[in-house]
Design a protein around this ligand. Structure first.
Ligand code: NAG
Ligand code: NAG
Ligand code: NAG
Ligand code: NAG
Ligand code: NAG
Ligand code: NAG
Ligand code: NAG
Ligand code: NAG
Ligand code: NAG
Ligand code: NAG
Ligand code: NAG
Ligand code: NAG
Length: 315
């Protein structure tokens, strides 16, 4: 009697154990443990958590998927988004973020982060959205982020203290990039010609940096561009004619550089241009009459140049 009862019971234990074992294999809990380790490393690298958001919510007795600012995928419970925007955090970003292999969105904007953007971020090949604006990041932008992120759609790093030059092979494998905003940093060097490879780029802002050299004609190959701002740099040379072929362009800000030569006259394609700002450059020659034919134009700023011919017929 006793053995006939015990036998199926031990069999049941064996089956249950096997079940747990198979489940363990298929759910690969080591990966979500890695995610938790990465988030805890991030929490550790935060020196001031002004509103206590992380200290109250990022606790190991709850799932990381319930932590404030953390979003997980429905299927695998892996971290797909971190959004700590405006959490009033001080501290650094940890290299451990590079272990969040499923991360698509990283938004740490409007905090007081310092230090570098870890190069390990370029390991995150699912990244689509990166926003680190309005912090105090220093050092170079990790090269891989600008050259080899096949799904990246937008990256906004404005208002930091990032320095260094842009890699000459920028855009080599970032075919989906639509928004690249690097304004208000300490970036220098030439605007790389390779930029044309970001063929879906709609918004490009490099203003308020220290870029020098000429504006590469290849910027004129970015046919989807609606917003171009490269004001407040040390750019010189002529305005490439190719820029005026960008028929989608709505805003063109080239002010406060040291551009010379005359304003290109091939204005017929700028059907959508609303703002043309060439203030405080070093342009000479005549103001092209064709400017009067730009039917979408709302704002034209040409002061601080050495231009002649103020007669314009606005339609
Ligand atoms: C988790 O632990 C904290 C204190 O460490 C406690 O305040 C909180 O209630 C716990 N949460 C759960 C869901 O047990
Ligand atoms: C992050 O959260 C803020 C505030 O909730 C929101 O405005 C912003 O769009 C979010 N960022 C992303 C990338 O979704
Ligand atoms: C996560 O990344 C850090 C730093 O990049 C590394 O030292 C560590 O071994 C990684 N951890 C895991 C579990 O992969
Ligand atoms: C990045 O975040 C800031 C505010 O935190 C927001 O104004 C900006 O639009 C965001 N950038 C992108 C590309 O979404
Ligand atoms: C960053 O810190 C400075 C002073 O340390 C403070 O004035 C500023 O408001 C902070 N910015 C944010 C976005 O928390
Ligand atoms: C940025 O960091 C530098 C030092 O790294 C510091 O001097 C400066 O005050 C910081 N700026 C802000 C706005 O926190
Ligand atoms: C950049 O650094 C300078 C000098 O340390 C500091 O005054 C400034 O506030 C920093 N800018 C940002 C956006 O943190
Ligand atoms: C680009 O990223 C892929 C992974 O998506 C990697 O295998 C490859 O080595 C990287 N290429 C370069 C040039 O860094
Ligand atoms: C860039 O545009 C020019 C015409 O403005 C064209 O001749 C050239 O083939 C284009 N280059 C690429 C790589 O599309
Ligand atoms: C502006 O460029 C001219 C050459 O076109 C050069 O002679 C001059 O020094 C430059 N000015 C500044 C302020 O860089
Ligand atoms: C404008 O260009 C001339 C030479 O073309 C140069 O001598 C002058 O310094 C430039 N002005 C400024 C403000 O850079
Ligand atoms: C402006 O457009 C009108 C009508 O389309 C055309 O007759 C005229 O030649 C154009 N003017 C210039 C300077 O292109």
């Amino acid at each position: 009697m006793e053995t006939s009862f015990l036998l199926p019971f031990s069999l049941m234990i064996l089956i249950t154990t096997l079940n747990i074992f198979t489940l363990t294999l298929s759910a690969t809990p080591t990966d979500s443990t890695t995610d938790q380790d990465a988030l805890l490393a991030l929490k550790n690298a935060i020196t001031v958590d002004t509103n206590g958001v992380l200290s109250n919510s990022w606790l190991t007795n709850s799932s990381i998927c319930e932590w404030a600012g953390v979003t997980c995928g429905v299927k695998h419970h892996r971290v797909t988004a971190i959004n700590l925007s405006n959490f009033a955090l001080h501290g650094k970003l940890t290299p451990h973020l590079g272990n969040l292999t499923f991360l698509q969105t990283l938004d740490v904007s409007s905090n007081n982060f310092t230090g570098v953007l870890p190069t390990e971020l370029s390991k995150l090949h699912r990244l689509k959205h990166v926003n680190a604006t309005s912090n105090n990041f220093t050092g170079e932008i990790p090269r891989g982020i600008l050259t080899n992120m096949s799904l990246l759609e937008d990256i906004d790093l404005r208002v930091n203290n990032l320095s260094g030059a842009l890699p000459s092979d920028i855009c080599n494998n970032t075919p989906k990039l639509k928004i690249l905003i690097l304004r208000e940093n300490l970036l220098y060097g030439k605007i790389p010609r390779n930029i044309y490879k970001c063929s879906e780029l709609q918004k490009l802002s490099l203003s308020v940096n220290m870029f020098n050299g000429n504006i590469p004609t290849q910027v004129g190959n970015l046919s989807m561009l609606t917003y171009l701002s490269i004001s407040y740099n040390d750019l010189q040379g002529n305005i490439p004619y190719s820029l005026f072929d960008l028929s989608s362009l709505e805003f063109m800000h080239l002010s406060r550089n040291n551009l010379s030569g005359s304003i290109p006259t091939n204005l017929d394609n700028l059907r959508n241009l609303q703002t043309l700002d060439l203030t405080m450059d070093n342009l000479t020659g005549h103001i092209p009459r064709q400017i009067g034919n730009l039917t979408s134009l709302l704002k034209l700023e040409l002061s601080g140049n050495r231009l002649a011919g103020m007669f314009i017929n606005f339609v």
